[in-house]
Design a protein around this ligand. Structure first.
Ligand SMILES: [Zn+2]
Length: 334
């Protein structure tokens, strides 16, 4: 069988054998199989009726809870392996024969109920490179959890509440897992909705009082310290500035981008911790070495920088920037 060809068509398109696969497309585009790696909004779409969608059951359920009906999905197919990518609940990497490994979004370390991206050897590796630049090296999760517990303890001692902010799917559940021993616990409705799907898959997350900023007033919160988990919001938003003014709430943000010391200030948070569901720079390098590919395609974030660094290390690497329409343009490069 001739080697797979890779091109861009709404998502990444792979032609291999007699099948065409479309990976994480933004629209429903004709193919034999569409692969949805995970349920983050920038990776899901609304497939046309009858489209064959490859996704884990968790991804199908999480997407549905977010308003994306993937239809009847399959999670098994001959010559296909779906490998846990560790990014969020249900996230999968796709391996087509021993020809292609597409990581989707991938984590480089274990966190709570999530593992790290599983790898297998493949001739072609397509990997995300969100943090593919050497300044992005994240501290250990244990160290970070300890620091945050100290911060919450000190803030509670002063009688003030703490608001933890992270993506409502993935990061928020980790924040609930690590820190919900503190209470009373309030959950933003989008976080509570995603927690519910996690519970269905046996992940015990403490229930809290659900808060919808659109309908809740200042008076809905108890006096004294409490903990809330919300999506990332600006500190200057009406909701957060009101909680700050009324209760003296301390706002803490969690993101890989917090490696940049200006990130917390940019967001208007009191504190920011570099906690990520993606690989950091070193973890990306390790992932590439484990797969030992002939060629690496990089997507998202620091795609060009990381491809350049890989070339210096002796790999053949190309970045798949979204504005480029075909990979063949790259193959003509020297
Ligand atoms: Zn993601």
């Amino acid at each position: 069988m001739p080697g797979a060809s890779v091109s861009i068509n709404s998502g990444i398109q792979i032609d291999y054998g007699d099948r065409r696969y479309l990976l994480d497309p933004r629209d429903s585009v004709p193919s034999d199989y569409t692969f949805v790696s995970h349920a983050h909004i920038d990776h899901v779409h609304r497939p046309k009726r009858g489209a064959k969608v490859l996704a884990s059951r968790e991804t199908t359920d999480l997407a549905y809870a977010r308003g994306y009906d993937l239809g009847e999905t399959v999670d098994q197919l001959d010559s296909i392996d779906l490998l846990d990518s560790g990014h969020i609940l249900g996230s999968r990497a796709l391996r087509i024969g021993d020809e292609v490994l597409y990581t989707g979004d991938a984590a480089g370390r274990e966190r709570a109920f999530l593992g790290r991206c599983r790898t297998r050897r493949a001739r072609i590796l397509i990997t995300e490179t969100t943090y593919g630049s050497p300044e992005y090296v994240f501290p250990s999760t244990a160290k970070l959890v300890k620091e945050v517990n100290t911060l919450i303890s000190e803030t509670f001692d002063k009688g003030k509440p703490v608001i933890l902010m992270g993506y409502p799917l993935g990061k928020a559940q980790l924040l609930c897992y690590y820190f919900s021993a503190w209470g009373p616990l309030y959950l933003h409705e989008s976080v509570a909705r995603m927690n519910e799907v996690h519970r269905k898959y046996g992940i015990e997350l403490k229930r809290g009082k659900t808060v919808d900023p659109a309908s809740s007033g200042d008076g809905d919160f108890s006096a004294g310290p409490w903990l809330m988990v919300t999506p990332l919001m600006r500190g200057s938003s009406r909701f957060l500035s009101s909680l700050k003014r009324r209760y003296g709430a301390v706002i803490v943000a969690f993101s890989g981008w917090a490696t940049d010391p200006g990130y917390g200030q940019y967001l208007g948070a009191d504190y920011a911790f570099p906690m990520s569901d993606h690989c950091d720079y070193k973890e990306l390098l390790r992932l590439v070495q484990e797969v030992a590919p002939e060629i690496v395609y990089t997507t998202h974030g620091h795609a060009q920088e990381f491809a350049r660094d890989l070339k210096r290390l002796g790999f053949t690497a190309r970045s798949l920037a979204s504005h480029q329409s075909s990979l063949y343009d790259y193959l003509r490069e020297p």
